[in-house]
Design a protein. Structure first.
Length: 642
């Protein structure tokens, strides 16, 4: 996922008492992941302060895959827009790992369970009391010889993983829209299942919708499907639950290449297809460098602006914010990122949310590499510098324990893990490894890594073990175990970490300094050839305080208040709030009420909340936009407007 979104500090963190004890089977034996990671158990013992962390144990699922493991899901769901519910059945096929196991334990959140049957016969089940963020365990008694159950259920209109949009909240304004977002632990709010990244399953689905709408899923989609209100899907590769995704709307399809295409509402279809027209080349280049693409097609679904994230790597069909359609491909690193997840994340998956950096650090590293292959060195360098600045900002503001890549998330909502630490620190670590052993050797290592762990969910310790047996062994004079441990298990950025540099930014620094010193006016800045990244660098590195005259000078010269690039507008509006530049405030209100991508709105709400006058503006915008925001965006920002 690309979100660069963290809620630490914005939310009171709920400490769960005994979330893992309610499902006693969780402690009954070690999981499959544990067993395979046994050789590196000492890594966690020596380096993690919280010694009692059980490596590979998923502290965010009640499920009992170590006894009974679900391996296939068959969904039959009706989408009811008037009641804002999904209702129908989920059939779970499972395998008894422990032949004596008598209960299947699943995750749910805000689900109404009507009945559970096997071979048409009702089964006993019990829905536990709900935990504040883990939801409620559903325990089903399993008779001998039963290997599948059918659960009849319906979701709640408040399901945390489902967003229902009214026609007014879409681009077309005529039809409602629905999309799901399952990562990290929201699949349980629309399907009863073992909601853990270490349980992989294949799935089939029948989705019933109003006749004039189209349903798409993270599965095989048919671009030529008839609009008849019944859509069939199949996902033949085993995936973790957080990658199950559904969207329903007035969707159209446009091909972008042999294996790539885009789905969206009609009004933005052409703009999206032209913005993302390099997707096919990215796919081919990535395959060439890092091994075959395992998922058949790679399509994009462009969501309405309320999508809370940049993108979500749902396999075969990445979900994408429309805020990156800039008209000049300047923000398409997001597509490279979601595509890269087809290797790191979707094929090799983090075993628990503590191991998220294995998904996001590798993906961020691959994103830089893809951008370099498609757009060249200069863009690669600029994006690396900006990424390093984002990382530094988080290191400066996060608690030390949250700067650790293998983060301790026990008793916490895993949504808090999405800072720049797993993303940019993870990528910087891999870049250091590359620098030390050389690109050719490092690419060989990556190829082997993706091949060795394909379609598996692995822990940090398994990765470290693999690294020690391969790269470290082959390059023992260049790499040290101690240094690797420091990167993964200690806070901060190790000294002498790589420092990305970009010549394209040096000219921006010179221009900014000359303007700040008063030597030149804004109109004299030679910015005709600047690209979006240079503008972002120019704005993001301004001093905290600027005078009203300086702001007016910039705005007049570059029309920053009216920038159509959502990232540039964001940076400018943030400067405007911090310096109370009122001419930008109308645009600020319009921005906050038309975009729900959390990375773009949250820093603005946070800045506004610092002063009483700002807070009033924030409240006005938030109250107006709240209905259209995703529950996650509401959750991340409501603290700023109280
Ligand atoms: Zn990602």
């Amino acid at each position: 996922m690309i979100i660069k979104y963290f809620v630490v500090g914005a939310l009171a963190l709920t400490i769960v008492s005994g979330c893992s004890d309610e499902s006693s089977s969780n402690t009954a034996g070690s999981t499959k992941v544990d067993q395979s990671a046994s050789t590196v158990a000492d890594v966690s013992k020596t380096k993690i302060e919280t010694k009692t962390i059980e490596v590979g144990k998923d502290y965010h699922s009640f499920g009992n895959p170590e006894s009974i493991e679900v391996n296939h899901l068959t969904l039959d769901l009706t989408v009811d827009f008037s009641k804002k519910v999904l209702l129908g059945t989920a059939q779970l096929d499972f395998q008894k790992i422990d032949p004596k196991a008598k209960q299947l334990v699943l995750d749910t959140r805000d689900l109404t369970i009507n009945d559970v049957t096997a071979n048409g016969q009702p089964l006993n089940f019990k829905l536990a009391k709900a935990d504040s963020f883990l939801g409620a365990a559903l325990t089903i008694d399993i008779p001998a010889n039963v290997d599948k159950v059918v659960i009849s259920y319906q979701t709640s209109p408040e399901a945390s993983g489902v967003q229902w949009l009214t026609p007014e909240q879409t681009a077309g304004k005529k039809h409602p829209f629905l999309f799901t977002q399952a990562q990290a632990i929201h699949a349980r709010s629309f399907i009863p299942l073992q909601d853990s990244p270490q349980v992989r399953m294949t799935y089939d689905a029948t989705i019933r919708t109003p006749k004039d709408l189209i349903a798409v899923m993270s599965a095989s989609n048919d671009p030529d499907t008839e609009r008849d209100g019944i859509y069939e899907f199949s996902m033949p590769q085993p995936i973790p639950s957080y990658l199950i995704a559904l969207a329903v709307g007035d969707l159209y399809f446009k091909s972008m290449g042999e294996r790539t295409g885009v789905y969206s509402e009609k009004g933005i279809l052409d703009a999206a297809a032209s913005e993302f027209s390099d997707t096919e080349s990215m796919l081919i280049a990535t395959e060439k460098a890092f091994g075959p693409y395992s998922w058949d097609r790679y399509d994009l679904l462009i969501l309405p602006p309320s999508f809370p994230f940049g993108g979500m790597e749902n396999p075969r069909l990445s979900f994408i914010t429309p805020t990156v359609i800039a008209g000049d491909k300047s923000l398409v690193s997001l597509i490279a990122h979601e595509l890269a997840h087809s290797w790191s994340g979707n094929t090799v998956t983090n075993a628990t949310w503590r191991d998220l950096w294995l998904n996001e650090g590798f993906t961020t590293y691959l994103t830089y590499r893809i951008m370099q292959m498609i757009y060249g060195d200069e863009r690669f360098e600029m994006e690396a510098v900006l990424g390093r600045q984002d990382l530094q900002a988080d290191v400066d503001s996060l608690a030390a324990s949250d700067q650790i890549m293998a983060i301790d998330l026990r008793g916490r909502d895993p949504d808090v893990v999405f800072s720049n630490i797993p993303y940019e620190k993870g990528a910087l670590f891999l870049r250091e490894l590359e620098n030390k052993v050389g690109r050719e050797n490092f690419d060989k290592f990556l190829l082997g890594y993706f091949e060795t762990f394909a379609f598996q969910s692995i822990t940090t310790e398994q990765f470290v073990n693999y690294l020690e047996q391969t790269l470290l062994k082959d390059h023992s004079t260049k790499l040290s175990k101690q240094r690797i441990q420091q990167w993964i298990f200690e806070p901060g950025i190790p000294t002498d970490a790589p420092v990305p540099e970009s010549d394209a930014f040096s000219v921006v620094d010179q221009a900014r300094n000359a303007w700040l010193s008063g030597a030149i006016r804004a109109t004299e800045i030679d910015s005709d050839k600047w690209v979006v990244h240079q503008w972002l660098y120019f704005l993001n590195n301004m001093p905290e305080k600027l005078s009203q005259e300086q702001l007016a000078d910039l705005d007049k010269a570059f029309s920053l208040t009216h920038s159509k690039n959502n990232e540039i507008a964001h940076s400018w509006l943030l400067i405007s709030v911090n310096n109370w530049y009122q001419p930008a405030f109308k645009r600020l209100h319009q921005y906050l009420t038309s975009i729900g991508r959390n990375k773009l709105v949250k820093p603005l709400y946070k800045a506004l909340s610092q002063t009483p006058e700002g807070k009033v503006m924030a409240q006005k915008a938030f109250n107006e936009a709240k209905e259209a925001y995703h529950p996650l965006t509401v959750k991340a920002n409501e603290g700023f407007v109280e």
